[in-house]
Design a protein. Structure first.
Length: 410
C-alpha cells in the first residue's frame, strides 16, 4: 500500500473511532429525568460560583408564557423541554440553551381546575420524550419530530386510583422498562416497555392510592428494586418481576407523598408532609426485607432531601424549619427558620434552596451551623414557588409560574 494512502486511511479510521466514542459519550449524556441523574437532587457540575453578587447571578434569559405549571426543565442534546397549560391543553415547549423557543406542541389535555398546572417533568430517554398528565395519560413522543409514538391511559387501562388533585409522578426509565404507579388494587405499580407501551409486569403492592411519588431505582442489592410511596405504604418491588418484596406503613389524611425516596448503601429514607415526618429504613436479606432505623419530626412536603456526607439537609412543611440531620442516627444537628420551606438541590459543594418565600438561596452544607452564603429575590413570574431548580452546564434554571429563567452561575 502507498504510504500516503496508508496514512490517510489510518487518519480516517482514527477519526471514525473518535467520533464513535464521542457519540457514545453524547448518548450517555443525552438522557434527562426528574431531579438529576440519580433522582437524588445532585447535579454533577464543577466550577460554579461559591458566592453570588449582591443582586444575584446574571440573568442570561427569561421566557414568559409557559402557562400554569410546576414542572422542572429536562435538558438533553442541548435542548430544553418543559410543559405548561394553555386553556386546558398540555403544551410542550422546546428551547435551545440560548433561550430561543424552537417548538411548541399540544400534547393532550391537562388539569386546569384543581390546582391547575403541569406536574410531571419530561423524561428524555434514547431519542424519546415521555410526558405524563394529571389524568393518567402517558405520552411517548419522538425527540426529533415530536410526533406521537404511542399513548396509554394508565388510569383507565389499569383501573387506577389517584388523589383529588390527580397524578403528579415523573416516570422512571431503567433499561427497557418504564415504571409508573396507577394506584389500583390489582395494578398498583406497573412496568411498561418504553418503546411500545406494552405491559411487562403488574404489581398489586398494597393496593393503595397513587400518592404523587416518583419511583426510585435501587441497584446495589442482590436484586434490582423499585421503591415508591403510595397513600399508606412505602413499597419495594422486584424491578425484574414485579414481585412485592416488602412494605412499610406511612400514612396521613391527604394521601400525598411527593418526595422521591433517597437511598445510600442499604438505607432508604422517606420524608413526607403534614406532621407525619420522616422514616429511615434499612434493607435486609439483599433488599428482600426492611427494618426501621429511626424516625424524625421533619415533614418536608415536596421540596426534596439532599445527602452530603453523613448528613441530610431538608426543610419542614408544617414545622417550617430548615434541618440538618445525621443520616445514620436521625439526630438533629440544628434547625433554623431562615429559608424554610424550600426545594433543595446540590452541585459543586453547595446547596441551592428555592424558598416558598420567593428567594433563591446559596447555602454551604455544614453539620455544625447554618451557613447562608448568598441569596436573591425571584422577581419574575407569579403564584407559588414550588418548581424544583435544575443546573446544567453552569446555568441555574428556575421556573416560577409561567416564566422560565436561566442564571449564569459559573
Amino acid at each position: 500500500m502507498n504510504k500516503n494512502v496508508f496514512f490517510i486511511t489510518f487518519f480516517i479510521a482514527i477519526t471514525l473511532i473518535s467520533c464513535q466514542q464521542q457519540n457514545v459519550s453524547q448518548g450517555e449524556a443525552s438522557n434527562s429525568q426528574w431531579r438529576g441523574e440519580n433522582r437524588d437532587g445532585v447535579y454533577n457540575e464543577t466550577g460554579l460560583l461559591k458566592e453570588w453578587p449582591a443582586d444575584g447571578p446574571e440573568l442570561l434569559w427569561s421566557f414568559e408564557g409557559l402557562g400554569a405549571g410546576f414542572t422542572s426543565v429536562a435538558i438533553a442534546n442541548e435542548k430544553i423541554y418543559i410543559t405548561g397549560i394553555t386553556d386546558d391543553n398540555l403544551m410542550l415547549y422546546v428551547f435551545n440553551t440560548s433561550g430561543e423557543l424552537l417548538h411548541t406542541k399540544v400534547v393532550g389535555k391537562e388539569e386546569a381546575e384543581k390546582w391547575p398546572g403541569t406536574r410531571s417533568t419530561v423524561a428524555v430517554n434514547e431519542g424519546k420524550l415521555y410526558i405524563f398528565n394529571a389524568f393518567g395519560e402517558l405520552f411517548c413522543l419522538d425527540e426529533m419530530t415530536l410526533n406521537e409514538v404511542w399513548k396509554k391511559n394508565i388510569y383507565a387501562e389499569f383501573e387506577g386510583v389517584h388523589t383529588d388533585w390527580g397524578y403528579c409522578e415523573s416516570p422512571l426509565i431503567v433499561g427497557e422498562k418504564l415504571f409508573i404507579t396507577p394506584g389500583g388494587e390489582q395494578h398498583n405499580m406497573v412496568a411498561l416497555n418504553k418503546k411500545t407501551g406494552d405491559l411487562i409486569w403488574s404489581a398489586p403492592g398494597e393496593g393503595k392510592i397513587s400518592a404523587y411519588c416518583s419511583p426510585q431505582y435501587i441497584d446495589n442489592q442482590s436484586i434490582p428494586i423499585v421503591v415508591t410511596s403510595t397513600a399508606e405504604y412505602i413499597i419495594g418491588v422486584n424491578a425484574d418481576t414485579g414481585e412485592k418484596l416488602w412494605s412499610f406503613p406511612q400514612a396521613h389524611e391527604y394521601n400525598i407523598h411527593p418526595n422521591t425516596l433517597l437511598f445510600d448503601k442499604d438505607m432508604v429514607l422517606s420524608v413526607t408532609g403534614y406532621k407525619v415526618g420522616s422514616v429511615m429504613l434499612r434493607m435486609k436479606d439483599g433488599g428482600k426485607a426492611v427494618e426501621e432505623v429511626w424516625k424524625h419530626e421533619v415533614d418536608n412536603q415536596m421540596g426534596g432531601v439532599i445527602k452530603v456526607g453523613d448528613y441530610i439537609y431538608t426543610s419542614g412543611h408544617q414545622n417550617r424549619n430548615w434541618f440538618c440531620i445525621n443520616w445514620n442516627t436521625g439526630e438533629t444537628m440544628y434547625q433554623v427558620m431562615d429559608i424554610a420551606p424550600c426545594n433543595v438541590i446540590f452541585a459543586d459543594g453547595m446547596l441551592y434552596c428555592y424558598s416558598e418565600r420567593g428567594t433563591m438561596n446559596l447555602v454551604k452544607p455544614n453539620p455544625e451551623q447554618f451557613e447562608l452564603v448568598s441569596n436573591f429575590n425571584v422577581e419574575l413570574g407569579s403564584g407559588t414557588h414550588w418548581s424544583h431548580p435544575v443546573i446544567h452546564n453552569g446555568v441555574l434554571y428556575l421556573r416560577h409560574g409561567d416564566v422560565l429563567m436561566a442564571y449564569k452561575i459559573n
